[in-house]
Each structure stands twice: as C-alpha cells, then as structure tokens.
Write a protein that binds this ligand. Sequence first.
Ligand SMILES: NC(=O)C1=CN([C@@H]2O[C@H](COP(=O)(O)OP(=O)(O)OC[C@H]3O[C@@H](n4cnc5c(N)ncnc54)[C@H](OP(=O)(O)O)[C@@H]3O)[C@@H](O)[C@H]2O)C=CC1
Ligand SMILES: O=C(O)[C@@H]1CCC=N1
Length: 272
Amino acid sequence: MGTQNESIAILGGGNIGLSLAKGLVKSGKYEAGQIIITRRNLRAIAELAEEGYQITDDNVKAVRYASIVVLAVLPQQLNILLDAIQEVVDPAKHLLISVASGVNVSDITNRLGKDVQVVRAMPNTAIAIQESMTCIASQNASSENITKVIELFNTVGETVQIHEELMTSATALCACGIAFFLRAIRAASQGGIEIGFHAAEALHMAAQTAKGAAELLLTNKSHPENEIDKVTSPKGCTIAGLNEMEHSGFSSALIKGIRQSSIKAGNLYVND
Ligand SMILES: NC(=O)C1=CN([C@@H]2O[C@H](COP(=O)(O)OP(=O)(O)OC[C@H]3O[C@@H](n4cnc5c(N)ncnc54)[C@H](OP(=O)(O)O)[C@@H]3O)[C@@H](O)[C@H]2O)C=CC1
Ligand SMILES: O=C(O)[C@@H]1CCC=N1
C-alpha cells in the first residue's frame, strides 16, 4: 500500500484524469491499486490494468469503492455522470473533487440533490510529472477536507487556494496557460530553425531556455523585467529582438488570449 490509506475513484480517464492518476503514483504517495479509473470506452485504458490500476466502465462501482471521488469528465458530460452516481454518493463517506472547468460547487450539489462536500481543483497537464500549478477552491468543504485536497495535489506540484469566483481565471492562466507557454516554446524553436539549428536541437534549446527563465523567477522571486534588464545590453541584440516582438503585439496577444480563455471557461457548462 502507498502511504495514504484512502482509495480514489477518477471518473473520466481522459487527459487530465490519467495525468492525475500517473502523477499520484509517480509521487510515491499512492499505489496504482488504490486508484480506480472509469471511462465508457474501456479498451482505451486497458493497458492501465497491466500497470496495476483498477479500471471499469461502471461509475457506480467506482464510487462505492472509493472515499475520494474525482470528477474528470468534460463540463458537457458532467450532468449525465452526476445523474448516474446520484444514488450512491454518500455525504457521510465521500469527498468529491471536481476538475471540471466552469462548474460551480453549487451546480454539483444541486444536481445531486445532496449536501456532499465538493472541492474544486484546477490542475494542468504537468501534473503527470509533479509540476502542476493547481488552484483549489470550495464553498462547502470543511477546512480539514480542503487541506486533504491541497495535500493530495501537493504530491503532484504546487497548489494555491483561491476564492471560487476566481476559478475561471485560474483555468485560463494555469490550466490553459501551459498550452500558451508550449506554443511560445514552439514558436521560439521555429525561429531557431530559421537561424540555423535542426528542429530537435532548436526545440531542446528553446525548452531548456524557457525552463531557465521560469526557474530564475521562482528561485530569485524576482520580477520578469528585473531579469530582462540583466539580458538587455545597451544597443544590444536582445532589446532589438524584444522590441520587434512588442511591435508585433507579443504581450498584447498573450493578455488577449488569456482574457478570451477566461470568458470561454465561464461558459463551458450548460446546466440543463
Ligand atoms: N486537459 C486539461 O489540461 C485540463 C482539463 N480540465 C478539465 O478536466 C475535465 C476533463 O478534461 P480532459 O481530460 O481534457 O478531457 P478528455 O476528453 O480527455 O477526458 C474526459 C474523459 O471522460 C470520459 N467520460 C466521458 N463521459 C464519461 C462517463 N459518463 N463515465 C466515465 N467516463 C466518461 C471520456 O472517455 P469515454 O468517452 O471513453 O467515456 C474521456 O476519456 C474537463 O472538465 C476539463 O475542463 C481541467 C484542467 C486541465
Ligand atoms: O481547454 C479546456 O477546456 C480544458 C480546461 C482547461 C484546460 N483544458
């Protein structure tokens, strides 16, 4: 057994559900056998059984098995799932964790018709390598259960507790954000190819450079402009490149993209 005794059901073994499962096992705090993963197309996760995870297409069975239940389906798939597990959700036994974007705690408790404790968590896909930035919020969970969820996600990265009304913003900045930075790294590598590097080495060089930039901020707790000032030699090539990027709307594009994502994140769930 892992160091935790609790069993976890992950309902929706897709991108984020599987990343969470693998991250928890990689952290060493949970064993695969403590985690039961569901999806309708069971064949798509068949190989997980060989890795020791329990897999099933029976959400009711998974909920009965576990004390922590992670809701990891798409927002538009959530109501069907909630209706399916409604009868077996037991407020005295279960703690629900929802990673569904744009779905409030009250949406879930209203749909279930039960005052079960729900903690929302907004991780990103770096959860699979224990590098997630996960935002946590709840309206009705005890501080003990919120701490439990924070500790769970601390095993797969960093966590920050926020007010629920900021969860759509957190989705845009952190969950979608990883894609924005990945696209920036790809663009940098494409520039690298144009100035002489092979694709694979350009990508590696760009990714390690991006990692170094993030580590500088996290280690020094400094502002990006302080670090940028150290790079931009007077009349040099860095400021020439930076200013060219800004003339093309680099910062503006990121800001506008994050705002657009945040608006969309707030409109993902249709409570029919
Ligand atoms: N991807 C990301 O980076 C992040 C996603 N999220 C949120 O996580 C949730 C999942 O997103 P993501 O992983 O990208 O989506 P995916 O489509 O990859 O995963 C959803 C999974 O749910 C399964 N599913 C759908 N209905 C059911 C059901 N009734 N019972 C069991 N399984 C079901 C689907 O498989 P099948 O069709 O076989 O049932 C699918 O594998 C979303 O709400 C999203 O907003 C949050 C943070 C980050
Ligand atoms: O794109 C999406 O809707 C999901 C939510 C955050 C990351 N992926």
